[in-house]
Every structure is written in C-alpha cells, then in structure tokens.
Design a protein around this ligand. Sequence first.
Ligand code: ADP
Length: 394
Amino acid sequence: MKILVANLGSTSFKYSLFEEDANGLQPITQGGYQRVTDYGECIEDALTRMREHNHIQDASEIDAVGFKTVLGIKKTGCVAADDSVVNDLRSSADLAPAHNPAYANGIEQFAKNLPGAKRVALYETAFYQWAEPAGRRYAVPKSWHEAGIKKNGFHGASHKFIAERSAELMSRQDVVERVRSLYHGELKPIEGNPLRVVSCHLGGSSSVTGILNGCAIDTSMGLSPQSGLPQNNRVGELDSMAVTYAMKKLELSPEEIEHQLTKESGLLGLSGVSNDIRDIIKAAESGNADAQLAIESLIYSIRHYIGAYAFQMGGLDAIVFTAGIGENSTNLRAEVCAGLEEFGIELDPEINQNTKGVEATISSDYSRVKVYVIPANEEIVVARETLRFLQRTN
Ligand code: ADP
C-alpha cells in the first residue's frame, strides 16, 4: 500500500510518500515546490522524480492521496475527497482564503493526474467534533450560528498526533487505541484514570488544545485561524468591537482592516520587528522593548490557555510543546512553565536547554506533570487516517 500526502498552499505544493509494511506506514520520500502556478505540472514532476528514484515504478502504484483540508461549512472528519468536498471548500473559501481554493483545485487536479488513486480529505477541524457544544458556540444570534459562525478549531492533525504520541509516552494504550479510533466509528472506551494533556502547537501559526482521554475538549482557535494566541502576523484574540471602532476611528475600509489583522498584526504587529520569533528574540536581547513585549504577550497567552484547559479537565498530567517555536525555543518553554511548582509542573533546566527539535521529556524527576517536546508530524497523521479510511470503506 502506497499513500501520497499532498500539502497545498496558494503558491506551494509539498508531498510525502508513505508505504505500509509490517510496522505500519513508513516515509519513503518527500519533496516540494514554491511559487507554483500549475499544480498539474508539479504533480507530473513529482511522479517523475519518484519513478527516477525507484520509489515507484508506475504512478498506478499509488493507492491513495490524502489531503489535509482546512475547513468546510458542511463537512469535517476524514471523508472521501469527492465533488461535494470540493464544492464545500469553495463555498467556505472566505474563511480560509489561503488554503481552501488551493485544496479544491489540488483535489480536482489529482483526479486528472492520478485517476486510479482514492482521494481522502482529513479536515483540520476534525479533531474538535467531540468538544462540548457549550465551548464551541459563540454567543451570537442563532442566524449567525446557522450561517456557520462557530468555533471550528484548527491544527487538528498536529494536536491529534500529540494526543496519540503523548499517550504512548505515558504508557496509556487504552488512550492510544481511542485516538486511533477517532473519525472511524464508535469511540473506544477508556479503562484507566482520565488522561489530561495540553498540547501547545507553537509555530508560524499557533494554537493550544486541551485533550481529555485522547479527545479535544477545547482549543484556542475559533471560527478561523485568526483567533487565540498572537500568531506570526495574525492578530489572535480580539474584542469584536475593535473592528467597527477601528473602521470609524482610523477610517479603515473592511479590506484594510482584514489586511492589517491578517498580515500586520500578531508578533509582527506587537514587535514592529519581524514575524519570526528568532528575529524578535534577537531584538529583545539588544534592548527593544516592543520585541520584549511581543515575547511576553505570547507567553502570557500560552499560559492563559494551559490554565483554562487544565481547569476544564479537572487537572493536568502532561504539557506538550510542538512545532517550530515549541520544539526549539528553550527560553520560551522555561518561561511558560516558570513558577508553576504549586501545580506540579517543574522543568529540568539542563534537559530543557539541550532539547531542540527532538523528542524529550523536559520535566524534572520531581514534576508530577510530565512536560514533553514532541516534534510535529502532521504528514504521518494524514497518511494514517487515509489508510484507516481505506480499511473502513473497502
Ligand atoms: P508553520 O506554522 O509555518 O508550519 P513551523 O512549525 O515550521 O511553522 O514554525 C516556524 C516558526 O518556528 C518560525 O517562524 C520561527 O519563529 C520558529 N522557529 C524555528 N526555528 C526556531 C529556533 N531555532 N528557535 C526559535 N524559534 C524557531
């Protein structure tokens, strides 16, 4: 069984090829293209490269293509990427303009280039479908809710990977089995004590998710990836009144507002330096107060959500850091966990400082709450779910 995972941006195309063996799905090769104008050409080029390197003899060996679709108004979960998915992605493009048109076009293009391969969509929102309705509902008029204005949640593939991997690290096979069963029928029961994990995906785009027994209970992103933590250049949490007030006070058009909130806000807006935390850290170290505030705001927000979800879950067993910032920014991790001994959270400073981009337990031996770094691996989640979809539907 060979599965190709396609990661599509408005001008980028990345792929990863996996093959199933006795130990599960193994990565075989990956590649990518930037400044893409024609997905069809990239797909053909990628297939040629795979043939030349003997990863495949023929394109017909690829059994399925998995897509990490962002959100649809009508759809979520792990489903056949058919015409109804394509239409739904297009009709909800306003909420994910960088990704939905790309996936709609990419799915159609794969149908032409690889007609024999099954196409499977794993939605970034899928992981949140069991979150409590009370937490998913905005307090807006019913007509807004019915128009699809609700908390969707994002980074589902990443947080699901963390749910499974952290349960493995904590030897909770019952939770591992439950996470594997999500999207594919009845949820498996839990045998042991509740397992309460907060997953911090901190990268160019960031979110924090509370995970109880392998299922998300809540997440910091809402209707769109615009919400929650300050993002690289997107605003994060903001009082809705700020939008109409800024329109009047600063005489901004809706287009200008959207541009400023999605391209000039977040860490970039706060620091005035960069949208990359590495540049912001350098500027802060050389005395830039705005850069320092940007870092502190991010840390403040991460702690805010960890605290909220620990409370909602009735306690905490593990905190996980993942993605570019979470895996590499040792000082930020130390600041997030500082002064929380009262809550059973204590890092091992030396292990924390020496952990970059690799899996590790960074809490001290005395810490009741485990703190892990787990490198993000969204591709493997899409490949695994695609395989499970094929097994379920064949
Ligand atoms: P994306 O959300 O774009 O997929 P990534 O998970 O790749 O993002 O994270 C990218 C971000 O990670 C960069 O913008 C940068 O801020 C941060 N990052 C990468 N490497 C380091 C590092 N060594 N130290 C601190 N931050 C880092």
